[in-house]
Design a protein around this ligand. Sequence first.
Ligand code: BUP
Length: 457
Amino acid sequence: GSQTPPHIALFPSAGMGHLTPFLRIASMLLSKNCMVTLYTAHPTVSATESTYTSLFLSTHPQLKHVNYQITPSHHSNSTTDDPFFLQFAAISRHAPLLHPLLSSASPSFSAIFSDFSLASSITQFAADLAIPNYIVSTTSVRFFSLMAYLPILTSEPAKLSSSSFEVNIPGLTPLSISSIPSPFFDPNHLFTAHIVSNAPAFSEAKGIIINTFDWFEPETLAAVNSGRALSNLPSILPIGPLEPYELSKDQFQSLPWLDNQPEESVVYVSFGSRTAMSKDQIRELADGLERNGCRFLWVIKSSKVDKEDNQELEDLLGSSFLERTQNKGIVVKGWVNQQEILAHPAIGGFINHCGWNSVMEAASRGVPLLAWPQHGDQRVNAEVVENAGLGIWARDWGWGVERLVKGEEIERKIGELMKNEKLRDRARKVGEEARKARGTGGSSDKVLMGVIEVLNL
Ligand code: BUP
């Protein structure tokens, strides 16, 4: 081995769902004495992304940071106006320009860890600079496999048709057609085209680092890593659940209310950083919570981008709901410290969209989920959650926008989530397995140590 520690370049893409795993990986690498340089694009779509990056830097002074300027795509593409999709594309377009920055880094880089949505641009210059590139997947192995196979699916329309029942990836259990995100049926959709153009580069990577663990997705991991499925892919390296790093308390709304609630009595409700529910659906959810009568902590978002979220809670819910339920629950707007909430003994269940970071956070804490996928990878993730026994999934609620789910239905499902001892035991078991996986000598710990060992050579 060399005298100098390995130096790793990190390239996240847009949105908190993509930034968070990179910051967790950065913290982990720093604690293992690696040098780390984080490359972030400026401006960010959400204000939270830049806040978190600054917070992280203030608590991890050893981290080197390069904030590069991009030209954001303000105009909407003809297939989407989702600001996060547009930012994925803008960051990818910019990536080749980073070549000189990377080639002049000192000490030179031992490896690049880059978001899967940047695979093709980073692969090109990584090869040119002879730096090994590891792709970081921010989703489940199951959904990652679907993305890896997407170029084949879109080139043969018969394989991906909304009139068939399922999608077959040779070597894997078939995916239900209803779990495929709607943009994938349109090869011209910006998101689809973006994944299709990046997927071929997955096979050029040195490995696919993924926030999951062996026990949680055993079949898909075994199928891919044995070469039975997607044999062109390099090894999938499950190193999760990624360990959360310390966040300073004074940066978040404190929730003293939680401390006074009985153990495992509170339902935590949140749909991640990029989902805004319709006002009507928010009202039905309020109705469901009130009918059920459970204690709740509900984080509400009413716009996709945090900077634009300026609706008052009273407008969304009506002031009488807040009055009627004031002894039962609290509703908050703005960013909360989710990792801390899930670790709180008062939390007994989580109503969630199945963003992959949230799934892994719930898994590490053994908190049972009621899956209510809204878009993207979330239905495929919900299926993984259900198979692992971490949660229940109200499949007939459809995608978030498909139909209005009524208060009565929500009331019933909350009952199933909170009063189901079997589910709770199973979720506890998931939590134990998660801790085992990343504890010393556990499956994820071994994989991570293996990666670092290679970098040290
Ligand atoms: Br909202 C919210 N506090 O208030 P996901 C989210 N989070 O800590 P998403 C907070 O953001 P994608 C809040 O713990 C998780 O680590 C949460 O990522 C944290 O969903 C992250 O769960 C959100 O993957 O991203 O935001 O929909 O669409 O990329 O999955």
